[in-house]
Design a protein around this ligand. Structure first.
Ligand code: WTA
Length: 629
């Protein structure tokens, strides 16, 4: 570690933490990686199994369409399951699951391999082939992991839609991906109630025509509609003789698609971010191992949802690649009481907890007594993701949960990056609210409008200057949209975030500079919320913005112009909120709807959300020269 004194409030790691850490000297590793980053990633790749090694680590002959480990043959599932089954890890727990109703299940690596193979065989028997897309829509149960792995094992491309999305969001994702198979649960438990996923899916399937087979997992057990010839029960299929536990693994190219995952962008419809087997495998394996300092005996819990990138990379693939034992919990953090999470940490002896600032702030509100009923001494490392963590929440997390002995890994990354980009390691000195510095092998900066580095502590655009293995490869069906990430400055990836870099090179994220709103860590686009509002018979025009919220980070505020002749009423406000919830999902339900007669627009007709935001916050609107009226 450098002996330089760091500015501001700094938390230094303990001797014990440093002694245990895989990486004791971050500076040395970083220096080495800076000299030759392809060489660095090549070394990381060598820790995994390949059926055939690469000809080249990076192929940049067709920028910005970078390729990694070209010529290599692999399959991420081999390294997640098969490789472990051949070792002592065969009998190690891969997954411990607890349902919201207290039910629990465990899977050894052997069992997870078996279930995955069985499900792969079912998919194959339904005609699913390499490259086909399969949509998965369910809650946090082991079957979501099995379904993802079963697809990847046979080279099919999974497209998971978060269970908190609703009818229109699901329909447009199924249609855009052209999925012929949908894997869905009958329902999911959430705060003691049932979310009727199959019912939502039935409605979505009426709006899109690609799906031929629907496989239904029984979770909640209520009566559901089963359409003859289309819908089949998972548990019945898994009992058929064709569902054998041997299923040949499809050996794929490093650059073959692994999954697509829809996320919100600046304008229009959500885009499908494409990740591939080889580079994504190297990126998630390496970052999880070093940032969360994974050791053989650890029990690791990432409390995100598998339906978002955090779940893909750090519930499913990263932990399995590392052969670790993961914990998955189905329900709400405060159900039936606000001690639920702390009780489970104690019960299962969790060592590593990775969650979002919004969850921490939400649980903080219930007070320390709920935490202090439990022995949390198993915890060793904590993590944060999804939005900036305010120092107050950081310190509470550190003191009340981590008892001042668990370093907090604040990880900055995106659906597009696939893996941590700015993140500390346990041996790195921490500053509350900063994710510290880019992971070794990655170069990032904060720049001005012209792409020039700004001075320390000045705000600017956060950019990535070197390619990285788990990087987005394309936007499915839309390469032009992929090129936009690289279009502002040549050869440089625009993150869409603003940030500052301090005199020690520590990065401080400020927030999005585009029309993406982070609500409780969930990424939503203003366009999705607006188009849901406009799809209601009463609405002529709508604008959505995010305003600061104590727990959620941001809350959705909307401004609506009604069609002429429509009466304004509190009932209509409630109806519109329900409508957005039904179309996009409960996570997108506006906090506030205001009826207005006009919206501020540029002369070219674009809504100036910046002005709406300034007005709502009582701030100076700044430059309004482009305002039409
Ligand atoms: C934000 C989530 C501050 C950021 C993994 C980014 C963060 C967007 C952090 C991506 C963090 C993520 N500190 N902001 N540690 N992590 N963000 O695609 O604005 O859902 O651009 O990926 O979340 O959101 P996404």
């Amino acid at each position: 570690m450098s002996s330089k004194k760091l500015s501001g409030e700094v938390f230094y790691p303990s001797e014990e933490t440093i002694n245990k850490a895989h990486i004791k000297d971050w500076e040395a590793l970083d220096k080495q990686a800076k000299k030759d980053y392809p060489g660095f990633w090549e070394k990381m790749a060598e820790e995994l199994h390949w059926f055939h090694k690469w000809d080249k680590v990076i192929d940049d002959s067709n920028k910005p369409f970078y390729k990694w480990f070209t010529g290599a043959k692999t399959n991420i599932v081999y390294n997640c399951l098969d490789a472990h089954v051949k070792t002592f890890r065969r009998n190690k727990l891969a997954l411990i699951w607890e349902g919201e109703n207290g039910e629990s299940k465990t899977y050894s690596y052997f069992a997870l391999h078996r279930e995955t193979c069985k499900f792969s065989n079912i998919l194959k028997s339904l005609g699913v082939q390499k490259g086909d897309r399969v949509t998965i829509y369910m809650g946090r149960t082991p079957e979501i992991i099995i379904a993802m792995l079963a697809c990847a094992r046979i080279g099919a491309v999974h497209s998971v839609v978060y269970g908190g999305f609703s009818v229109e969001s699901l329909a447009e994702r199924i249609e855009d991906s052209n999925s012929k198979v949908l894997i869905v649960a009958d329902g999911a438990y959430q705060r003691g109630k049932i979310v009727e996923l199959k019912k939502i899916a039935d409605e979505a399937l009426q709006r899109c025509g690609t799906v031929e087979h629907v496989l239904v997992i029984k979770r909640t057990g209520q009566e559901v509609n089963m359409e003859q010839g289309r819908d089949m029960w998972y548990h019945e299929l898994m009992n058929l003789p064709i569902a054998t536990q041997n299923c040949a693994l499809e050996i794929v190219d490093a650059e073959d698609p692994l999954f697509i995952l829809y996320t919100s962008g600046t304008t229009g419809k959500p885009k499908a971010i494409l990740h591939t087997h080889g580079g994504y495998m190297v990126g998630t394996h390496t970052t999880l191992k070093y940032v969360f300092d994974i050791h053989e005996e650890d029990r690791y819990w990432c409390a995100a949802d598998p339906g978002w990138i955090t779940g893909h990379s750090y519930i499913v693939y990263g932990p399995l690649l590392n052969g670790t034992t993961s914990f998955l919990y189905e329900g709400a953090p405060n159900y039936p009481y606000p001690n639920r999470w702390w009780a489970m940490i104690e019960k299962y002896g969790i060592n590593i907890l990775y969650t979002a600032p919004t969850a921490i702030r939400g649980l903080m509100r219930f007070g320390e007594a709920w935490v202090n009923r439990h022995n949390l001494s198993s915890l060793r490392i904590l993590g944060s993701v999804g939005e900036p963590i305010n120092p107050e929440a950081w310190k509470w997390y550190n003191r009340v949960i981590g008892k001042d002995k668990c370093p907090i890994m604040d990880t900055w990354w995106q659906t597009e990056t696939g893996m941590f980009m700015i993140a500390p390691m346990p041996s790195v000195p921490l500053k509350p609210g900063s994710g510290t510095r880019p992971f070794p092998g990655i170069e990032m900066d904060v720049v001005d409008e012209k792409g020039k580095s700004v001075k320390p502590n000045e705000e600017g655009f956060l950019i990535i200057k070197t390619p990285w293995p788990a990087m987005i490869r394309n936007v499915w069906n839309d390469p032009e949209r992929y090129k936009q990430y690289w279009s502002k400055y040549p050869g440089v990836y625009m993150t869409g975030d603003s940030a500052r870099k301090d005199e020690d090179g520590y990065f401080w994220i400020i927030g999005r500079v585009d029309d993406v709103i982070k609500v409780s860590g969930y990424r939503l686009g203003t366009a999705e919320i607006e188009s849901a509002l406009v799809s209601h018979y009463s609405v002529a025009e709508a604008a959505a913005i995010g305003l600061p919220h104590e727990v959620k980070g941001n809350a959705i505020y909307t401004y609506v112009i009604l069609k002429s002749g429509i009466e304004k009423s509190p009932q209509l406000i409630e109806e519109l909120r329900q409508h957005v919830s039904h179309e996009v999902g409960p996570i997108a339900k506006p906090e506030h709807i205001e009826f207005v007669d006009s919206l501020p627009k540029t002369r070219s007709g674009k809504i100036m959300r910046r002005l709406l935001k300034a007005k709502a916050l009582g701030q100076d609107p700044g430059n309004i020269s482009t305002l039409e009226d």
